[in-house]
Ligand binder design. Structure first.
Ligand code: FES
Ligand SMILES: [Fe+2]
Length: 455
């Protein structure tokens, strides 16, 4: 039956009948369970799994990459992440009792430490014999800025949890959030390398979700970074040229600029509004989990709503299904676009075009990682210190260059992107100075002067 589609003329008019039978998803990139190629690749990295605030006096059910788990904070303040079903006879530890040390199963009282060690085997005469034979499955965890991270890979080679430079921006508060999305992780993640959707979905089709400067046509580029890739979006907004770089840090993290950026004021190397992982729950569900970055300089008009950021909500539009279906039809957001790509998007049915080259590049990079992981190659090393990242906004006053203006935008994007990449080893102040020099040099660019010369 699949041949029917493969052999069909897909450009024919009224071609519904020839497209009824769909090929399947791209299993190498979308399947995330244990022992799957992508699942094992993803398990080589730390992932945020819940909010610290979700851990209180009862255990928290967690499902992660197809594994049913339970998270809890024991009476000593330590966080555990264990297989959900008790190793004795399978009762859920979600009904367990949190102890000063570890958790005790509700059914027959087996008591486990956060590393899965059997501390007491209920009424069994010899805990020692049982503890020597079995343990409850457990994973290492760490907490930072209100997120609980877990490592589901080989416990003999746990990498350091990376610390990103954007976590230490002066004057910036990090506020954790967690959203659940009922579709495959990859289609949520690749949205970050799909900048064309910003002007259509977020600005032109149903009114501005963010500032109306997002409606301006972009000059686009997509470039590799030491951590993954970034797209370079450059727009003309009045007398300003605005270059935004949006990065994906493999395998599943992305950073985006200030949410309400309006390109009104000149600025250089303004850092991020959002650090966001897309963590698979299973093949057909995912979490968007991360930090909103809040500061007066990132939000000069006071549009942030800190109280709306947290479990199940965030302070910008279109990220969930809380509006009615008709409201969402009239004003769709990221959630509607992504979830409606099917529960698992089918790449073989897509028609990728020139503005999708970021999506194609991201898939290539992930596939390369999956294959390298399957071949046993070592994962990318993460530095013990701050990891320099590449997401930023630079807005430069540059007069319109008439017929050459698109060339000027491309030159601005290229100059900013190059300086952002080349300064990775420098201090933030050095990076800002280098990027400013590169952007401002374009004021004397032949294209920037052409209209002045003509007038
Ligand atoms: S099933 Fe957990 S102690 Fe028996
Ligand atoms: Fe979006």
């Amino acid at each position: 039956m699949q041949d029917e589609v493969a052999g069909a003329d897909l450009s024919s008019r009224y071609g519904g009948r020839t497209r009824r039978v769909a090929p399947g998803p791209d299993d190498e990139l979308v399947r995330v369970g244990p022992e799957t190629p992508c699942g094992e690749y993803l398990r080589r990295f730390w992932h945020p799994v819940c909010l610290s605030a979700q851990l209180h006096d009862v255990p928290l059910p967690v499902r992660l990459m197809g594994e049913d788990l339970v998270a809890f904070r024991d009476g000593s303040g330590r966080v555990g992440l264990l297989h959900r079903h008790c190793v004795h006879r399978g009762a859920s530890l979600c009904f367990g009792r949190i102890e000063a040390r570890g958790i005790r199963c509700c059914y027959h009282g087996w008591h486990f430490d956060i590393d899965g060690t059997v501390l007491q085997a209920g009424s069994e005469p010899s805990t020692a014999r049982i503890a020597a034979a079995v343990s409850q499955g457990a994973y290492p965890v760490a907490e930072r800025h209100g997120l609980v991270f877990a490592y589901l890979g080989d416990p003999r080679s746990v990498p350091p949890l990376p610390v990103f430079d954007t976590e230490a921006e002066p004057g910036v508060t990090l506020r954790p959030f967690l959203l659940t999305i009922p579709c495959n992780w990859l289609q949520v993640y690749e949205n970050a390398q799909d900048p064309a959707h910003v002007l259509w979905l977020h600005a032109r089709n149903a009114g501005a979700h963010f500032d109306e400067s997002n409606s301006a046509e972009q000059e686009l580029d997509f470039v590799p970074t030491p951590l993954g890739m970034m797209n370079v979006q450059t727009r003309r907004w009045g007398g300003m040229v605005w270059t935004r770089t949006v990065e994906c840090i493999l395998p599943n993290l992305n950073q985006t600029g200030a949410i309400w950026e309006a390109a009104r004021e000149a600025k250089t190397f303004q850092r991020v509004g959002l650090t966001r992982w897309v963590v698979p729950v299973d093949d057909e569900n995912s979490l968007q989990i991360g930090w909103r970055h809040l500061s007066a300089s990132l939000d000069p008009d006071g549009k942030d709503k800190p109280d709306a950021i947290g479990l199940g909500s965030i302070d910008f539009e279109g990220q969930d299904d809380t509006a009615t279906f008709e409201e969402r039809q009239r004003r769709p957001g990221d959630y509607d676009a992504q979830v409606s790509q099917r529960s698992i998007a089918v790449h073989a049915l897509e028609t990728l075009a020139s503005t999708d080259r970021g999506v194609a590049m991201l898939r290539r990079l992930i596939r390369r990682g999956v294959k390298a992981s399957a071949a046993g190659d070592a994962p990318r090393a993460t530095s013990a210190g701050h990891v320099a990242t590449f997401c930023q906004d630079t807005v430069t006053p540059l007069p319109h260059a008439g017929a050459e203006d698109r060339a000027l935008l491309r030159a601005h994007g290229a100059a900013v992107a190059r300086a952002v990449l080349e300064t990775a080893a420098h201090t933030p102040e050095q990076r800002r100075a280098t990027i400013a020099a590169a952007a401002n040099a374009l004021a004397s660019h032949p294209t920037a002067r052409s209209e002045e010369t003509a007038s």
